[in-house]
Each structure stands twice: as C-alpha cells, then as structure tokens.
Design a protein around this ligand. Sequence first.
Ligand code: SAH
Ligand code: TMP
Ligand code: ZN
Length: 406
Amino acid sequence: MAHTCRACASPTECFIDFGRMPLANGFLTPDQFADEYFFDLQAGYCPHCTLVQLIEQPNRERMFNERYPFFSASSSRMSAHFSAIARDLLARHLATPDPLVVEIGSNDGTLLRHFAEAGIRHIGFEPSASVAAAASARSVNTLRRFFDADLAGQVVAAHGPADAVIAANALSHVADLHSVVAGIRTLLAPAGIAVIEDPYWAEVVEQTAFDQIYDEHASYFTLTSVTALFAQHDLEVIDVVPQPVHGGSLRYLIAPAGQRPSAGRVADLLARERASGLHLPATFAAFRDRVTANGEQLVARLQDLRRRRQRVVGYGATSKSTTVINRFGITSDLVEFISDTTPAKHGTFTPGAHIPVRSHAEFAAAYPDWALLFLWNHAAEVRAKEPAFTAAGGRWLGYVPAVRDF
Ligand code: SAH
Ligand code: TMP
Ligand code: ZN
C-alpha cells in the first residue's frame, strides 16, 4: 500500500532508501546481538504539503524508553543555547502574574531547570525514563508521558492555559503530528506563544547532512511544511529565526491564528523556499546522488587509511552515525572504536555494525592517527576541546558536507 503523508494524507514519494537499519540509539551488548531490531529506513516527501518524512516508522516505545541514552546536558553548546531561550522567554513572553511554561520532550531538564530555579510554574512531558529521572533530580516538574491532545486538555483543566509551550528537537521526533499540534493549540492561552525548534531540511540538503535521517526523526521540516501543518490547527507561524545548532535549525514562533502580527521574514523565507526548488523532485534526486557519492568516498578513504596502517577512531557515538555506518558498511576493521562522553554508552556496541564504544579517556590515553568526526554538528566545540590531539599529530576526518581532512 502506498504511504500517505502524516500531515495531509496525500500519497508520498520515496526519494531515498538506506536499506535495513537498526535503531539509531540502539547501543547494545553482545547478549542482545541476536535479537537486534531492524526496519527499512526510507524517506519520502509529500508533493502536496511538502513534508519530508520517514516511510516506515518504528513504534515510539522502542525508541523512547528507560534506556534512551541521549542527554541534552551532554553538549555545553546546547546547554548554553537552552539557557538563552529561557532568558529570552523570561524577559519577553512571561509577563502574566503566575505564568505557566510547558515543554514537550524536556529530556533531562536542561531547559526547564531555569524556570524551576526562577520559581516559575512549569511542566515537562518526557516519556524516556532515563532522562526524565535526571530532570526530576534537578527539581524539574516532569511527567513521564508522551505528550498528546488528551494530556493537553488535562493540563489546561488542572492548571489553566500555558503562556509558553516549547518543543526543541521534539516535534521532529513525533509520528502522530496532529495529536501533538492539536495539543499545543489546546494548551496555549490566547496571548501565549509556542517556540518550536528543529533541524532545517534545507540545511540537510545544502550540506548533504544525510545522517540526520534516522528512526527518531519522523519528519524533516521547512517553513512551508510547518506553516501548512499548524494552519490545520488554527495556529500561525508569526516569526522564524535560524539557529546555528544541530547543523542549522529553524526556530518557529507560533501563536493562535490572528492574535499577533506576522514578521516580514516569514513571508520572505516562504518565498525563498519556493524559489529555491527545495521541494522539486530533481532536488531530492540530486541529494540522493550526493549521499551515495559521499558515502562511497568515505569508505574508500577509510580503506586507504587501513592499507597504510593508520589507526582510525570514531569521535562521538551519535545517533546520526548509525545511518552512515550501516548504509556504507563501516565496520570495526575500518574504525577501531568510537569515543563518547556518555557513561551509559561505554562498553556497548554500535547498532547494526557493532563497533565498540569506549570512554573519551581511552581516546586520550593513546591518540589514534585519525579521528572520524561523527559529531560534525558540534565540530567547533569538539575542536576547541581537543588541542592536545592535534598537537600530538592527530588529524580529523569529516564527511559532512563532503569527505575532507581538517
Ligand atoms: N529537547 C531536548 C531533547 C531532544 S531529544 C533537546 O533539544 O536536547 C527528543 C526527546 O523527545 C526525547 O527525550 C524523547 O524521549 C522525547 N519525546 C519523543 N516523543 C515525545 C512525545 N510525544 N512527547 C514528549 N516527548 C517526546
Ligand atoms: P547525538 O548526536 O545522538 O545527540 O549524540 C551525541 C553524542 O556525542 C552523545 O553520546 C554525547 C557525545 N559527545 C561526545 O562524546 N563529546 C562531545 O564533546 C559532545 C558534545 C558529545
Ligand atoms: Zn502532505
């Protein structure tokens, strides 16, 4: 049966097929190898509303559970980013006497803790118990639930409407978009504002950042597709602000329709997206061809390094790396292990290819000749942290936007 768009129910067009793929955050131990879960990682676009989306979507409970290993606080760059969002909301949008802030996908409380510390009413919805527990330990009021329209109604009945609703890197993780967007509409006070932030599909295309495509990322947004989706729920994008995080994101400021004037840059960016051909079939086809070329070049490069007996270690056991590793057949013959700072990942193996994940201390104890940067979206932060590696003669190898040494 043809796949239909999760936003507008029109038939979608598949434009890239990565083959059988494990869960991006499915780090595992050898006793779990035999039962590893795989699905078909394919992305399509909707010719009607333009939404880019996964064709097969693993069940949410498989991904977001007590083993979910991604902690927002693991990036100092993102912690600073969230602290700036909190400051901005406090300064500009929370003028009512006893404001309420709701976050969807509040993870370990990296954002909401600023409201908790300021004594502001707040609720975080976070289904993954691993990270929700870390938030609770920071005195962040956390509900361990998948946010949806019903829960939004319950919040409003119990606490009144929300002045601000925040979802950073969360709406892109949701398969049932309508339930969540309807819930945002229900939550918002008439003068309330929603702040939605996600990686920008135009940047993924521009930088050939193909490994942003993985199981947890159900949708890949543009202003065009977000505007169409929210309009179905009487919500309006009133401003859009590019953000230099996760390889290039957009922040959408959203209000109940007709409540606030729309900034000129919304209309400008809509026009630019139309003019850029971002949503044309040829653009998707060219993207797919660049992905294949870059991946094949990367493997050829790794094979060449192996022939020359150079040691290569991966840097950052990221969720993104699952896509590039498994699509192009990168094995522990080519990458000895992957260094990562998250203790929960140490001693595990990467999904699918089963490359060992080890602590950063092991990387630092015997620097390899090359570090393959799977953490390319934090390149500046990583380089600033690793002067000793380069001083010792270590070199960086990257593959986004192209295979290169740096
Ligand atoms: N906002 C954080 C976390 C992003 S990771 C940040 O930007 O760093 C995405 C998070 O969304 C995960 O913690 C996941 O458990 C959560 N999530 C997934 N589906 C959700 C839903 N329906 N409601 C609330 N949270 C959800
Ligand atoms: P993600 O891309 O799935 O968000 O995962 C990022 C991983 O990278 C996470 O496990 C933490 C790790 N990491 C490092 O190892 N070093 C770093 O400097 C940073 C910022 C993250
Ligand atoms: Zn559609």
